[in-house]
Design a protein around this ligand. Sequence first.
Ligand code: GLA
Length: 371
Amino acid sequence: MKTIIAIGVFLASLAAGASPAEPPLKDVFAKHFLIGAAVNTAQVSSEDRPDTRLLKRHFNSITPENSMKWGSIHPQPDQYDFSEADRYVSFGEKNGMVVIGHTLVWHSQTPGWVFKDADGKSATREFLLARMEKHIRTVVGRYKGRIRGWDVVNEALDDNGELRQSRWLKIIGDDYIVKAFEFAHAADPDAELYYNDYSLEDSARRNGAVALIRTLQAKGVKVSGIGTQTHAKMDWPTPKMVEDTITAFGALGVKVMITELDVDVLPAATSNLGADISLRIESNPKLNPYAAGFPEAGQAALARRYAEFFALYVKHSDIVDRVTFWGITDGESWLNNWPVHGRSNHPLLFDRGGKPKPAYSSVIRTVPNPD
Ligand code: GLA
């Protein structure tokens, strides 16, 4: 009888897209932090895609890859399109996940009309502030009480740690960030509000983020956390940079979220360490060495790399609130197409067939006694 039950459990777990020896990440790290994934609309529109099954088994938080960005949710001045975002939020609720909003104010994936008035002239400060306020009120207001936290402003810093000269800054002025947070707080006073950026492990950017958050705090603005994207490479950032970043942000009294984790295993196509998604570089076979598969040595190196990160996240789990991967399986990662189009990258814990990689095992081993 016991054997029959055991076989039944085994078959049920296979049907759920997992082997019994594959404990859910969200359970392994339940005492430490949330485990999130960025999701696309196809993944939240079906219950039985293989990657959706992985999502439900391993992750307890989701971030929308694109559906809440300005260009998707507010494509024209008088037109909002909530269809994909609604599906995203409902999926998260139905599956008991912590739902994140991404992102309200960003220089990228924001239509050009946002910065122009009705006559096509550059908007004034007042005009753009009013437009920003209405956008935030409409979007945050629609999901009030259903989104745990919002990436209110994304990527406001330059590599030197100064504020990026975005159109938001040029038209409104430095206080556009304060305003965005205030508008978001007014629209949903209970929502957590985050500042999110890339390469914050670099000291100039990290110091810039610390200064920015201090400025917001000094003005009495509610900032709940900082999201460090952590689009990592095999040799960047170093463990020390990761740890220094977590502790520097923790010292501000805010939560720290790892918001877009992946590890690019391909040869660098550029010396640029950032995640500027407008970057495009010509393809070339030398830049795509693992098109036929990722060799064992690479898998082992990636496993060590992920273990370094997770050992630090676990060590600082009093500060780290969530670790979100930018994708579920390698096949759908943005890194197959950025900054070079059409490569085979292997940056996540699950391979193209949805199988856990050695990096998955090394990550779960960073918790000494999972029970
Ligand atoms: C940035 C953004 C994300 C996403 C990634 C790349 O990091 O914050 O929304 O666009 O780039 O896909």
